[in-house]
Design a protein around this ligand. Structure first.
Ligand code: PEP
Length: 255
């Protein structure tokens, strides 16, 4: 089954609202017909969502916008959090869930990842479910079991049509922001195992329709190694998403 490639920029805690306008405008200016073949999502900090959506003239643009995190409750006493109704109001349609930085530094667990995925699909938003192993897990030879357990936990309790709203990003923690990438063979092996797990949970047709991304120091110089891999349908990009030239080169390489 042909899956449309997807390139997602995770800006992390970078770019003020004013800077987000410059970056999203720069990316939008480079838009051309080649991009029709690729899904493109920008995930700025939450305070930048409104300016980015406005710059992209969102209703007409084919570039979509996502948040980097969300709470599963619709409102309440959760100081510092943002809710799904807030994302919907601003026009964001995607949301990163379970990024390793949030799992490591902000106590995100498989359980809270599942609550967030559940809440997002209930609102018909698209979760970007991040999974990936530490170097210790890789060295112990338990990567496949570790990552597929994360997938099972994140998608627990979903129906196939709900799961199909999501994408999975395989991001080996040791490759994020380090300049060190997984080899295409390593990435393909894990992405194939993720797809097999999705097939086991939701059936082959759903699993074949879902996009699985690689993330971890992906850049224009190495993207061509990953895109031909059978089970890799694009990238979740950190550092290279902050430069117009690099991000647009990645989108064009995926098309
Ligand atoms: C990420 O933050 O999801 C990521 C993959 O970062 P980088 O591309 O900088 O490794």
């Amino acid at each position: 089954m042909a899956r449309k490639p997807l390139m997602i920029g995770n800006w992390k805690m970078n770019k003020t609202p004013a800077e987000s306008v410059v970056l999203s405008q720069g990316i939008s200016n480079r838009y051309n017909r080649k991009w029709d073949k690729v899904g493109v999502v920008l995930c700025p900090p939450s305070i930048d969502l409104r300016p980015v959506v406005t710059v992209l003239d969102y209703d007409k643009s084919l570039i979509e916008v996502g948040a980097q995190n969300v709470h599963w409750e619709p409102s309440g006493a959760f100081t510092g959090e943002i809710s799904i109704p807030m994302l919907k109001d601003v026009g964001a349609t995607w949301c990163i869930v379970g990024h390793s930085e949030r799992r490591e530094m902000f106590a995100e667990t498989d359980e809270t990842v599942n609550l967030k995925v559940r809440a997002l699909v209930d609102a018909r938003l698209h979760p970007i479910v991040c999974v990936g192993e530490s170097l210790a897990v890789r060295d112990a030879g338990t990567t496949i079991g570790f990552v597929t357990d994360q997938v099972r936990a994140a998608f627990a309790g979903l129906e196939p049509a709900e799961a199909a709203l999501a994408v999975v990003a395989y991001e080996p923690i040791w490759a994020i922001g380090t300049g060190r990438t997984a080899t295409p063979e390593q990435a393909q092996e894990v992405c194939a195992a993720i797809r097999a797990t999705l097939a086991d949970m939701f059936g082959t047709e759903t699993a074949q329709s879902m996009r699985i991304l690689y993330g971890g120091s992906m850049k224009p110089a190495n993207v061509d190694m990953f895109m031909p891999c059978e089970d890799i349908d694009g990238g979740l990009i950190g550092g290279a998403a902050l430069k117009v030239e690099d991000f647009t080169a990645l989108v064009e390489a995926a098309g």
